[in-house]
Design a protein around this ligand. Structure first.
Ligand SMILES: Nc1ncnc2c1ncn2[C@@H]1O[C@H](COP(=O)(O)OP(=O)(O)O)[C@@H](O)[C@H]1O
Ligand SMILES: [Mg+2]
Length: 282
């Protein structure tokens, strides 16, 4: 499959992907988009999981919050792309490719970064989304079960038995991107919902992921802890980067969560990709 972004690759595309639902794709996509916007970059977002529509609703909630409270918050332009309902598979695929290419064509010239959220299932839209990734971020719940999305692991030795279908799909999209003349994608895996207790299970997950990171070629970053604030902010459409300390003092957990988001942004390295942006005033 050729990359859907080959004709319009001016903006740097950050894709959030993991074939498992509930791993934190939409939450981290929203936080990344707003953190980058607050740094002064021009951001647009695309939801390829329009059926679930979490990122789309997050953005709607944000718009409502801004309208109702008159608080000026960055509101990146957003597109929701649904699966094609054409009956014929070839036509379906062609239409979905057209949807994505059109959105990228419109959004790319005026934006530094486009943040794309993908569904937690393997479908054509998700594959197309992955094929556009300059940076791919895979949030992973901190459990041995969730590692399965990257590779099958021998339960006794914890050695890799074989890469997962998802990993093979990522490798395939990456090779295609290089063949099309693009740069290799930067694959980041972030642990999500890390428990504050450093349990034996969590240590084992860490060790396996370190090993996988060397063998599969992704960068492993610490990610977000298990924190209620990530769930609470959804209804207001806000992120941790929107909370102003002068209005309500942040709790230690909220400050730590905000730091975790900043660490993810450091791993993306926007200044290396687009140079330093001029933060918005006010
Ligand atoms: N670090 C976290 N701490 C607490 N809850 C989280 C965290 N990350 C995600 N969640 C919650 O987990 C659920 C699934 O997250 P979501 O971002 O929708 O995952 P996905 O997009 O991969 O399906 C949501 O209710 C979200 O608020
Ligand atoms: Mg989602």
């Amino acid at each position: 499959m050729t990359s859907a972004a080959t004709k319009t690759d001016k903006a740097h595309i950050i894709v959030f992907g993991n074939e498992k639902g509930g791993s934190g794709k939409s939450t981290s996509a929203m936080h990344t988009a707003i953190a980058l916007a607050r740094l002064g970059y021009n951001i647009a977002t695309i939801d390829l999981d329009a059926r679930q529509g979490t990122l789309t609703r997050y953005m709607q909630n944000r718009m409502n919050y801004s309208d109702e409270t008159y608080h000026k918050v960055p509101l990146p332009p957003h597109r929701a792309i649904s699966q094609s309902i054409k009956e014929n598979t070839a036509e379906q695929k062609a239409e979905e490719r057209f949807f994505i290419e059109t959105a990228l064509y419109e959004l790319t010239p005026a934006h530094d970064f486009i943040v794309i959220d993908t569904p937690g299932t393997d479908n054509h839209l998700s594959r197309l989304g992955h094929s556009c990734a300059d940076t791919l971020i895979t949030p992973l719940n901190d459990s041995l079960v969730d590692i399965d999305v990257l590779a099958r692991i021998d339960p006794k030795t914890h050695e890799i038995v074989q890469p997962s279908v998802y990993t093979l799909m990522v490798e395939e999209q990456n090779l295609q991107k290089i063949e099309d003349g693009g740069l290799p994608m930067h694959w980041i895996v972030m642990r999500n919902r890390l428990s504050r207790q450093n349990t034996k299970n969590s240590q084992t997950v860490g060790r396996i992921l370190e090993k996988l990171s060397n063998q599969l070629g992704f960068e492993l970053v610490p990610g977000f802890g298990e924190r209620v604030i990530f769930r609470e902010l959804f209804l207001k459409g806000l992120t941790l980067l929107d909370l102003k300390e002068e209005e309500t003092p942040l709790t230690l957990s909220q400050l730590a969560a905000r730091q975790e988001v900043r660490q993810l942004i450091c791993a993306i390295g926007p200044e290396k990709i687009k140079g330093y942006a001029k933060p918005p005033t006010g």
